[in-house]
Design a protein around this ligand. Structure first.
Ligand code: G3P
Length: 217
């Protein structure tokens, strides 16, 4: 399973990269706006740290506009992947971009039929948003399982990026479902380490270590 970081924060990306646990990055206009830096500068900086795929999203809603924007984004770094909205125009752009060898990530996917269309269009990646579905009392992870089943039935090569992750259990459920990738917000990534029994156990072992460390031989 690959871990992407769902952030445009350079410190968070550096920290995860140091651990060798950041296989890629996903951004969107909201995440870029949180950093208040120029889009091109930020993506180029991320690309200095991460050699894996970096998803970048613009604001065009026509096929021509998406393709033009994609060419600009690709000039920022060779490993840029174009996030394309799940629309009629978006899927037209997916086919054109993939034919040119530019990888796409169809985003804002909320149903199995949308994911099926994204795969038929030839997208490299599809991003089901599990948290936003859970927020409206639907079952985000069931969508992931449905997409994986459909893709397996027909041997589609499109990789599933589980997105809109809210907590560590979303990552675990994505792994159990066999998703190719989880894109994890930095705060959720940090929570994956922690367990109170681990902290308690370390404190107790430290305390007991001292008891014998200075015994005379
Ligand atoms: O990768 C998509 C993700 O950033 C959306 O997350 O928390 O805004 O639903 P969220």
């Amino acid at each position: 399973m690959k871990f992407f970081l769902d952030t445009a924060n350079l410190d968070a990306i550096r920290k995860a990269a140091e651990l060798g646990m950041c296989d890629g990055v996903t951004t969107n206009p909201t995440l870029i706006a949180q950093e208040m830096k120029h889009h091109d500068h930020l993506i180029s900086e991320i690309a200095k740290i991460i050699k894996g795929p970096i998803s970048v999203e613009g604001d065009s809603d026509t096929c021509d506009g998406i393709v033009k924007e994609a060419e600009i984004f690709k000039s920022w770094a060779p490993n840029v992947v174009i996030k394309v909205p799940m629309t009629h125009e978006g899927l037209k752009a997916v086919r054109i971009l993939e034919k040119k060898g530019i990888h796409t990530n169809v985003t804002l996917v909320f149903s199995p039929s949308q994911a099926l269309l994204a795969a038929k269009a030839g997208a490299s990646y599809v991003s089901p948003f599990v948290g936003r579905l859970d927020d409206i009392s639907e079952n985000g992870m069931q969508l992931v399982r449905d997409i994986l089943e459909i893709y397996k039935n027909y041997g589609f090569k499109t990789q599933v990026i589980v997105a809109s992750i809210r907590h560590p259990n979303h990552v675990v459920e994505a792994a159990k479902a066999g998703a190719h990738i989880a894109t994890i917000p930095a705060d959720v990534f940090n929570k994956m380490w922690h367990h109170p029994l681990t902290d308690k156990g370390i404190a107790k072992f430290k305390e007991d270590y001292k008891k014998t460390a200075n015994l005379k031989k």
